[in-house]
Design a protein around this ligand. Structure first.
Ligand code: M8O
Length: 217
């Protein structure tokens, strides 16, 4: 690992957790390299001895930056926020900061882990779509309710925050599992607001070097 080189992100094109960090890096205009880790090739490269040294949880993402190796997308985003204050992704106001963390935690602990690859494999091919739909819908009901009192143009007010970095990839996963999003008009509005933002577009799965050609839009 190079201390002075560009940060290196261990990422998988369709991983929503990798996508969160890609958005944050792009928004802050931090140049970085990507090291693709295939979650499906040969039973998953994340389970290799080499990668387990980088991330003992055998998940993506991991970020090598400033001579450190960091794991867990929210911790990584907070590190970026604390070390690279340019283009702040947390509001100044303490209450608004709490609301941003609330939305991030809800998605990152209450929704996304339930549709993680290891969980879906455990649930089984037959039930996995119904399972993912159930938990995403349940979580989105809560997110929509929170947004009804926090959202401006984006999740919390009119500035892009870490909450948006978490929400947009989760909406993509919801579509992937064919969740009916009609009951969530605020989530859909924020998603529409950000779908063509350059930092979000560049972080999109279809823009990734490891995206299979048939999946590019
Ligand atoms: O089917 C695949 O291509 C494998 C894995 C993923 O997409 C990523 C996830 O496990 C879900 C997620 O990050 O939300």
């Amino acid at each position: 690992m190079s201390v002075i080189g560009k940060p290196l992100l261990f990422s998988y094109w369709r991983s929503s957790c990798s996508w969160r960090v890609r958005i944050a890096l792009n928004l802050k205009e931090i140049p970085y390299d990507i090291k693709p880790v295939s979650l499906i090739k040969n039973g998953g490269e994340q389970h290799s001895n080499e990668y387990r040294e980088i991330n003992p949880m055998e998940h993506v993402p991991a970020l090598q930056i400033d001579g450190h190796t960091l794991i867990e997308s929210c911790s990584i985003m907070h590190y970026l926020e604390e070390t690279r204050p340019q283009r702040a992704l947390m509001p100044q106001d303490v209450y608004k900061r709490a609301k941003v963390r609330e939305i991030c935690d809800l998605i990152c602990t209450g929704v996304q882990p339930l549709q993680n690859l290891v969980v879906l494999i455990y649930v089984g091919e037959e039930k996995k779509r119904e399972w993912a739909q159930h938990w995403i819908t349940r979580g989105f009901r809560a997110v929509e309710k929170l947004l009804s009192s926090t959202a401006g143009k984006y999740c919390v007010g009119d500035e892009i925050t870490l909450a948006d970095c978490c929400l947009i990839p989760q909406v993509f996963s919801a579509r992937r599992f064919q969740v009916d999003l009609r009951p969530f008009p605020i989530i859909l509005r924020v998603d529409r607001e950000l779908e063509n933002h350059p930092a979000f577009r560049a972080a999109h799965p279809s823009s990734q070097p490891d995206c299979p050609p048939e999946a590019t839009k």
